[in-house]
Design a protein around this ligand. Structure first.
Ligand SMILES: *[C@@H]1O[C@H](CO)[C@@H](O)[C@H](O)[C@H]1NC(C)=O
Ligand SMILES: *[C@@H]1O[C@H](CO)[C@@H](O)[C@H](O)[C@H]1NC(C)=O
Length: 406
């Protein structure tokens, strides 16, 4: 129902109530209207805001303003669901799950393991009928996420319309495939990501390649970019809701309410993916201790940091935190974060460091939560994040060469 229609209905209703002469209803309605007006005023003055755009160079900033203008527009979070935690909790239930047919490919790794890739070939691409040069987007889902997450499906839907090909890198052991070695994944170790990028690049060496990472997928991608600098087949990258400093993230997630709403649940998800591979993993880990974890930090202490050979959990978190690698990123990188993200708190977003690297831009909204970014009255189809994704990938594939000259 549009706003004018709603207003008309409301006034009809008011009329009939007043004519019906119900005692006190006039006063009741003026209270309701007064509240509505106050809510709308508060929404417009302090909730709907332009995001903060921080770019390390004038040329990248101009490029974004011209070809990815959504980053300069006011973000209107869904009026009944704007608060960060609410957006984070409700987004998976509210947003639709577009139908996507994948073609699965299992690739072998040097340690004897395997990685499950889900391809969306887009063979019907009207804009890029030639398979060898069709632009390709590598998508990295978050912790415990796979190619079936609604935010991944939406990225694919946007890419389909633009004629691009996508390939989703499922973290080891998460997409239903067997673990062939006692090894899963973490945010710091980029070996699997390197293997996947080279595999995709070798298959389609003449196709431009871009990567998009969400949450932990974004952290992994940032760590890769910090390590490789310019030495990568990627032409650009974008990350959504990545954590920047894991110490700040776990501290935020250990606050009572956040633990209750997110941390405990996520820990049980991590544990259930460990139980799925119990036979393979119990050879090397004390799974009873792992199953006792009540927080992500305890899980990482008993499992992730041990698996990847860190002497302490602090060593792992330090190594996996992407903020101190931002200075070495050597390709255009667009990051989207929200200040009210409990997984990646606003105070830990490295705004000052982004100003020092000409390749980097950060878009910081005041609402949006963690992978929320809901907008519009009924945000089923498209979020602010989807629009940033769509405009940015298109800007890079179609005008990317202009960044330097702007
Ligand atoms: C698209 O084309 C590629 C290469 O010709 C082929 O391997 C793949 O199976 C096709 N994908 C689908 C979904 O038909
Ligand atoms: C949502 O997307 C579907 C499929 O693309 C489309 O048919 C529908 O009209 C869209 N709805 C809105 C509200 O935009």
């Amino acid at each position: 129902m549009s706003l004018p229609v709603l207003a008309r209905e409301l006034s009809h209703y008011l009329d009939s109530r007043v004519r019906g002469g119900l005692a006190g209803s006039g006063m009741g309605w003026s209270l309701v209207l007064g509240f509505g007006v106050a809510y709308a005023a508060c929404y417009l003055s302090s909730i709907a805001k332009k995001p903060q755009l921080v770019a390390g160079s004038k040329s990248f900033c101009c490029f974004l303003k011209k070809y990815c203008p959504v980053v300069t527009e006011t973000y209107y979070p869904t009026i009944w669901c704007w608060e960060g935690r609410t957006q984070t909790l409700l987004r998976p239930f509210i947003t639709s799950k577009p139908q996507v047919q994948y073609r699965n490919e299992l690739i072998k790794t040097t340690d004897g393991g395997q990685i499950s890739l889900d391809w969306f070939d887009n063979n019907d691409s009207v804009h890029y009928p030639d398979d060898s040069t069709r632009p390709t987007i590598l998508v990295l889902p978050g912790l415990t996420g796979t190619s079936k997450e609604s935010y991944v499906l939406h990225m694919i839907q946007q890419s389909e319309k633009l004629g691009y090909r996508c390939v989703v890198f499922n973290n080891r052991g998460t997409a239903g495939e067997d673990l062939l070695t006692p090894r899963t994944y973490c945010a710091a170790n980029t070996e699997d990501l390197e293997a996947v990028i080279h595999h995709v690049h070798n298959l389609h060496a003449s196709a431009p390649l871009l990567a998009a990472g969400v949450s932990m997928g974004g952290m992994l991608l940032l760590n890769y970019l910090g390590k490789t600098g310019r030495e990568t087949p990627l032409m650009a990258a974008t990350v959504f809701s990545p954590g920047w400093n894991i110490f700040a993230s776990v501290e935020s997630l250990e606050k009572r309410l956040n633990w209750f709403l997110f941390n405990y649940y996520l820990t049980t998800c991590l544990q259930s993916s460990v139980s799925r591979h119990r036979k393979m993993l119990e050879k090397l880990f004390d799974l009873d201790l792992v199953m006792k974890a009540k927080t992500i930090r305890e899980f990482d202490k008993q499992f992730t940091s041990v698996m990847f050979g860190y002497p302490t959990i602090e060593d792992y978190y330090e190594d996996a935190s992407p903020y101190h690698k931002l200075k070495s990123v050597g390709i255009p990188l667009l990051c989207l974060n929200s200040v009210d993200d409990v997984f990646s708190p606003g105070h830990a977003v490295p705004v000052e460091m982004a100003k020092q690297n000409p390749n980097v831009a950060i878009v910081l909204t005041s609402c949006g939560g963690h992978i929320g970014f809901l907008e519009g009255m009924w945000p089923r189809n498209c979020t602010y994040m989807d629009r940033v994704f769509k405009q940015f990938v298109r800007a890079i594939f179609e005008h990317g060469k202009q960044i330097i000259s702007m």
